[in-house]
Write a protein that binds this ligand. Structure first.
Ligand code: FAD
Length: 477
């Protein structure tokens, strides 16, 4: 083991979160050091969200709010403008203008790749990209100098490690998905194979009716699928559409700390009434409240957070996570043409027959259970957030070795305010950090670019201050 002369920050996961943490470290490097970015499924940049293969998979935030850097939209706009003059821009802009455009997600993935490379090219620090899966992390006896073990047996030593593991596949809602023939039950809706081998007239049932279902319905439509799509979710709600043009901002009167979820909802309703009297759309109210959610959420005791999840979450999510207008039009036409049916209800069970999956559905308010036969069931219940239930090797290793513990309500990981992982003993790690979707228990509103880009900047500053000093750590083997 050869000690290195420069510091090394290891980042596991090169989706938006890991890539932007790296980009901030590289951009602000005052002295040479190394950023080691580890990704099991290259390319480095897009992650799960922005690998979406089809042009109809659009961002659900207008371009003007999607710059990788928090200080303004120019960075993305400049890249788009340069791209627009090239041979294959990969997007079209209509009369709404570039700011209001909802870009293809895969194009955005290319932008994240570009952002990372650009930061690396201009930096005093070095970026090393490592393709592979990290399966365990061993800090030394004092909790410092983590050594990351990879699936192929190699190790990487660092001064600190950032877990930017992102969005896990959805949790199995019945606990028996795996028992149903794997070929008919798609446990991971983001797996490219999820819809392979389907007859174009067959029935596809999705568990969940949020944006992941929208992606699946758009993919099926794009592929010329003509069979019924049945979406079953507890409340039977579809995401609301975005408006085509940018909306005027609203200055919300909702406080950063509210007593309880019920009071928050009342305050939002009052705000919407005030806004609409001024001719302002409810969407502007939701967007104005969103930056306050972290402080509202953290002001609630765990009991109230749980109440929010039980009673208000579904309504909040369909208003907060909206569909791009183009996608909303396609979904509306699928519903009108009876090709997409949304059922409010609960899946009571599933079983496999010779040529289908029989799904038992209990409709909301109904006494009995009906059976729907589908050729494929796709789990669209949203990213898995319960670390105890993921099968991820690295997560299981961290929990088993008491280096991490689940976050509030079992969501993500527990951390301190800097994102340092809390060990099972309740003490913050001195060398392991996380951010992005894994902070859901702590912050709730922590999954979209506008929030994550702020976190990546803050964590990079904190790491640079704490770790980027001339120091020694072990080498790689
Ligand atoms: C389908 C989808 C669409 C979205 N669309 C939008 C949108 O339009 N607008 C918006 O603002 N937000 C959107 N979001 C939310 C947000 O942008 C994402 O949550 C964000 O991109 C998350 O980035 P991430 O890097 O944390 O996670 P991910 O994109 O999940 O990336 C994590 C990466 O880590 C890698 N990894 C994990 N474990 C290991 C390991 N042990 N070893 C090596 N590599 C590992 C994975 O392979 C993956 O590439 C979307 C989210 C999803 C899931």
């Amino acid at each position: 083991m050869k000690p290195h002369e420069t510091s090394r920050v290891a980042i596991v996961g090169a989706g938006f979160t890991g890539s932007l943490t790296a980009a901030h470290l590289l951009r602000n490097a005052a002295r040479p050091f190394e950023v080691c970015l580890i990704e099991r499924h290259p390319p480095f940049g897009p992650g799960t969200a922005f690998k979406a293969p089809l042009p109809c998979h659009l961002l659900n935030v207008p371009a003007v709010r999607m710059s990788a850097y928090p200080d303004g939209p120019e960075h993305l706009m400049k890249w788009l403008t340069e791209r627009a003059s090239g041979p294959d821009p990969g997007f079209e802009v209509d009369s709404g203008g570039l700011d209001a455009a909802f870009l293809p997600r895969r194009l955005y993935g290319e932008y994240v790749e570009h952002t990372l490379s650009e930061a690396a090219e201009r930096s005093r620090a070095r970026l090393t990209r490592i393709v592979g899966e990290a399966v365990s992390i061993d800090p030394d006896a004092s909790g410092a100098h983590p050594r990351i073990r990879m699936r192929d047996g190699s190790t990487i030593a660092a001064d600190c490690a950032v877990l930017a593991l992102g969005n896990f596949p959805p949790m199995d809602p019945l606990g028996n998905g795996a028992a149903v023939a794997a070929g008919r039950y798609a446990a991971d809706p983001w797996d490219e194979e999820a819809l392979e081998g389907l007859d174009s007239q067959s029935t596809v049932l999705t568990i969940g009716s949020n944006l992941t279902m929208v992606d699946i319905a758009l993919t099926l439509d794009h592929r010329g699928h003509r069979g019924p799509i049945v979406a079953v979710s507890t409340h039977g709600l579809l995401p609301q559409p975005h408006r085509k043009n940018l909306l005027p901002a609203w200055s919300s009167r909702v406080e950063g700390r509210t007593g309880r979820p019920r009071e928050l909802l009342r305050a939002i309703r009052e705000d919407v009434t005030l806004a609409s009297a001024d001719g302002v759309d409810w969407r502007s109210v939701v967007d104005a409240i969103r930056p306050k959610i972290v402080s509202i959420w953290s002001s609630w005791p765990e009991r109230e957070r749980a109440r929010f999840l039980r009673h208000a979450r579904a309504y909040w999510e369909v208003h907060r996570h909206r569909m791009a207008p183009e996608n909303a039009r396609t979904i509306a036409s699928l519903v009108e043409g009876a090709r997409l049916r949304v059922i409010a209800g609960r899946i009571a069970g599933m079983s496999e027959t010779r040529d289908a999956i029989e799904v038992r559905v209990k409709r909301r308010g109904a006494a009995g259970v009906e059976t729907i036969r589908a050729a494929r069931v796709v789990n669209c219940t949203g990213p898995g957030t319960d670390m105890r239930r993921t099968r991820d090797s690295l997560v299981q290793d961290l929990l088993a070795r008491r280096l991490a513990r689940p976050g509030p309500l079992g969501l993500g990981f527990d951390t301190d305010r800097d994102g340092a992982l809390m060990g099972a003993d309740g003490r913050p790690s001195v060398s392991l950090f996380t951010l992005g979707p894994l902070l859901k228990g702590r912050d709730w509103e922590t999954t979209a670019i506008p929030e994550i880009r702020m976190q990546t900047e803050a964590l990079a500053l904190c790491l640079a201050r704490r770790f980027v000093t001339p120091g020694a750590h072990g080498g790689s083997s």
